[in-house]
Structure formats: C-alpha cells, structure tokens
Design a protein around this ligand. Structure first.
Ligand code: MAN
Length: 524
C-alpha cells in the first residue's frame, strides 16, 4: 500500500517538475501526516505557521527547513527522503538535492535531470538483504548460544547450590571429629605428662639412690684413704659384696671390665703408673697430688691389712705357716695390685659418673617421649588431615558463596564466563580479561572487577597499577552480541583509561533480533 502511494507521489512529483512540486515530495513516511493539504502549514520543529501553498515552493520559510522537504532551498538544515523502493529508504541533506550527484539509489534526488541517475535499488537491496540475513543468522546463532549458556549457568548454579549445602553438612561432623581429636590428644598429652612425671620421679629417686651410693662409695673411698680404727675390714668386706646394693646397681663395672682392667694393669705396669698420675690430675674433686700419694700410702696400708686379713683367713683355713720371706714377697705383690686396683676403681668411677651424669638424665625421657609421641603422632596427623580437609571445604564454600552472590545475569547467563579469562594480542601487549576477577595489559594490572554498568552491557575493572603521572589504571569492557566470547578493538581514550570490546552471546537478545528482522523487511 505504502509503495503504491510513493509511486503515485513520484509520478506527481515528476509531472510537477514543470508545474509545481507535490507538497509531500521528499517527506519521510513517519512525517507524511503533517503534510496533509490545508490552509496553513505548521513548521515541524519551530513555532511558525505559513500558508500551505508555500510548502515545496523552492523558498525556505520555516527556520527548521521543514517547509522545503523536496527542494534544496533549506540546504542548511533541511533533509530529503529517498524512497529507494526495493531497498531501504533513507534521508540525505537537502543540499544534495539536484546537485548533479546521484545520492538516492532510485535517483529521486536528481529530478531536474542535471544528471541521469539509474534506479539500482533492487540490486543494492538484494545485496543488502543478503548481508542483513547473514547478520540475522549470526544473531540467531548468538541467541542459541546464549540459551545454552543460560542452561549451563542454571545447571551450574543448581549444582553449586547443592554443593554448598553438602559441604556445609560435611563441615559439622568434621568439626565435631576435630574437637574430639583435640580433646583426645590433650588427654593423651596430660597422661603422657603424668607418666613422664612419674618416670622422672622414679628416675630422680634412682639418681638419689645412686648419688647416695656414690657418696657411700666416696665415703668408703675416704675411709679407705683415711682409715679409722676398726673400719678397715668393713670397707673391704663391702667391696667384696656384703654392701652389695650399690654394686648391683652398676653391674657393668663389676666383673669383666674390672678383670680386663686388672689384667691390663698386670700387663702394663708403666701404663698404670702413668694412669695413676693422670687419674690424680683428672679427679679434681679428689685431693691434690701430694694428698693422693699420701692416700696411696694409706691405701697400701689398708689393703695390706685387708690382704693380710684375707691371708689370715686363708692361713686360718689352711692352718699353714709360711715363712716370712714368702709373706713379704706376696705382700708386696698384693699391695701393688691393690694399689693399682684402687686407681682403676677411681678411674672407672670417674668415667662412670661423667657418663651417667651426662647421658642418663636425658636418655630415659627421650625414650619415653618418643614412645608416646608415636601414638600421639598418629592422632596428630589424623587431626591435621581433618583440619586440612575442613579448611579445603571452608575455602570451597567461600568460593562458591562468592560466586552465587555475584550478579550472574538473567538466568545465570554469566556463569559460564566465571573463572574464565579471554585474551587479545596486539602489537604491543596481550590484554587479558577475566570476568568477575581482574584485567591486565601484559604484566600490568588494569584493575580488579568492580561491577557491571550500562544495563549489564559493560564490565568495569578498577584500581589497577598506578599510572606514571596519572590515575590508577582502569578498563571498561564494552559488551555486544556475538556468536562467541571474543575480545577486540582495545583503546586508551584517556591516559591509563582503557576500553575493549567484547563480543559475547550473553548480549544477544530476542528484542534486538526482532529489530533486525524489521530492518530486513523495511528494505523490501
Ligand atoms: C604503559 C602502558 C600504556 C600507558 C603508559 C603510561 O606504557 O600501560 O598504556 O599509557 O604506560 O605511562
């Protein structure tokens, strides 16, 4: 219907080339109603009224140029509508009318025939429709992908919602188990402490006993060194085992070593003599060398007596009288042996005390604690595993919670872009945009995701790396409908303020598709 009307108008127009131009010539379809025949014409965009006969009379009366839609009289602000039947109608400036250049594809702007224009609207229209159809098809694909993204987004949203519920449920028993393990470990630790205390007490007791024994031995030694009347036999008897407790405590210095030492002493008299002197030096708590020598003389005496006693015993048993010479030789040997024995005893005692005092107080505790730590170690490693698993679950919950609370778009359409990054390589830099997270220019931060803007068509990244002599870097991601998620066209309109375009199915809409289809229709 519209087309028939335009054809008629054009015909009138052509006949009016000679006579007068139709008042609707050069008027666009949306303004036709204002050019209905009447007494007056109201200028469309200024408050001026003129006689209707002055419309398209090739003289500009309206300040807005609307009284001359079909001529070039209002060339500064008037506009001419090309009907372009077979293609899309469009406006050109009034100044292009009859300027000798074909601007409309139907040639309607050059009706004074200064130039012969071909009407090629049909061909151009077909080409344009092809392109438009491709645009529409691409758009439809984009929309389909958007729907898939919505489906995926909703599926992920539901899964994550379930997951967060499951994780929250899992956390309670783990927290409980951790508490129980902590209590158990504490309990074990205090048990261990008690046990350690008990063992330490026991050991201290033993130490004291040993100390007592040592003191007793020392006392005995002193007694040997400075014998009191009537005590000689007691001491020697003690050494022989009647005061045996202390000796039982230290069995290692009793037999084989002692015998070794004795035999060594026999084999190497010189050595023993040397050791004798060394021993005196080593035992700083003992008397000085002089005293030692004195004591040795005393020891000789005591031991002599002891040996004598033994000998006497022997003699008593055997009831045998040996001659004095033999006795003297034997006495000398025995004295020497006893003397050496005393030195060896001292040396062994000194070594034993050093070793015992140094190692033994530590050793049992370490063994005890290692043994118990074995059990505790198992519990503690279980506890640390549980804590680790709890932390993992809490982190996961936090991550999911953050996602679920984000602006994920209608029908969760943005979820498939979550945790993804998109790159654009230019000659200078590779730009990277990770929606909901961060953006960068090479290694330079362009900011962290801040918010969506422009009705969900823009992603804003702010607080990036400080610009030298400028603001902190920021980026606006301008989104538009596309079949795929793809960055393009990066710009820096202000210093360190960037824009980048992002094609994404997310921005495709049914509404816009309708418009595209209409545009296609309009070109017919
Ligand atoms: C770098 C880049 C540019 C920016 C300058 C500012 O070269 O980040 O985009 O304009 O720094 O100094």
């Amino acid at each position: 219907m519209k087309s028939i009307l335009y054809i008629c108008l054009t015909l009138v127009c052509l006949t009016q080339q000679v006579l007068s131009l139709s008042p609707t010539y050069g008027v666009g379809p949306e303004e036709l109603e204002y050019y209905k025949e009447g007494k007056y014409f109201n200028c469309l965009r200024s408050n001026v009224q003129i006689p209707f006969s002055q419309v398209n009379d090739d003289f500009c009366d309206c300040p807005d140029g609307t009284d001359e839609p079909g001529t070039s009289a209002c060339s500064s602000n008037g506009r001419f509508y090309c009907q372009n039947i077979g293609h899309k109608g469009n406006y050109i400036s009034s100044s292009f009318v009859n300027d000798g250049v074909c601007d409309c594809c139907d040639g309607s702007d050059e009706y004074q025939l200064k130039v012969k224009c071909k009407n090629n609207c049909k061909e151009i229209g077909e080409e344009s429709r092809k392109k438009q159809n491709q645009v529409i098809e691409a758009y439809e694909i984009g929309l389909k992908k958007k729907k898939q993204m919505e489906e995926e987004g909703t599926r992920v949203f539901n899964e994550k919602t379930d997951e967060i519920i499951r994780l929250r449920k899992e956390i309670d028993p783990i927290t409980q188990e951790i508490k129980e393990l902590e209590v158990l470990i504490e309990q074990k630790k205090s048990e261990r402490e008690l046990e350690n205390k008990r063992l330490l007490n026991e050991k201290e007791k033993k130490d004291k006993e040993i100390e007592g024994t040592d003191q007793q031995q020392h006392q005995q030694q002193q007694n040997i060194d400075q014998p009191k009347e009537g005590e000689e036999n007691k001491e020697v008897v003690g050494e022989n085992g009647e005061n045996g407790e202390n000796i039982v405590e230290q069995p290692e210095i009793q037999t084989s070593e002692l015998l070794d030492a004795i035999s060594k002493g026999k084999d190497d008299n010189n050595n023993i003599n040397n050791n004798n002197n060394n021993n005196i030096d080593d035992n700083k708590n003992d008397n000085n060398k002089e005293d030692e020598i004195k004591n040795n003389n005393n020891i000789e005496k005591v031991d002599h007596t002891t040996v004598n006693n033994n000998n006497n015993n022997k003699n008593d048993l055997n009831d045998d009288d040996n001659d004095e010479e033999d006795n003297d030789d034997d006495d000398d040997d025995e004295e020497e042996l006893v003397n050496k024995l005393q030195i060896i005893f001292k040396k062994i005692k000194s070594i034993k005390n050093s070793v015992y005092n140094f190692i033994l107080p530590i050793l049992p505790n370490r063994f005890i604690s290692l043994k118990d730590m074995g059990n505790l170690g198992g519990l503690e490693s279980e506890l640390s595993k549980k804590r680790e698993s709890l932390k993992e679950k809490e982190n996961e919950i936090e991550k999911i919670d953050k996602m679920l609370k984000s602006d994920l778009g209608v029908n969760n359409v943005f979820i498939p872009l979550y945790s993804k990054c998109f790159d654009l390589a230019t000659k200078e830099y590779t730009y990277s945009v990770c929606p909901y997270e961060k953006a960068s220019q090479g290694h330079t931060s362009l900011g962290k995701f801040e918010s969506f803007g422009d009705n969900g068509k823009m992603m804003l990244f702010e607080n990036g790396q400080q610009c030298w002599g400028g603001p902190k870097r920021s980026l606006k991601v301008l989104m538009e409908c596309g079949q795929d998620n793809e960055l393009y066209d990066v710009q820096e309109p202000g210093k360190c303020e960037y824009t980048i375009k992002f094609k994404t199915p997310v921005l495709c809409s049914e509404e816009h598709l309708k418009i595209l289809r209409l545009e296609g229709d309009h070109s017919l």
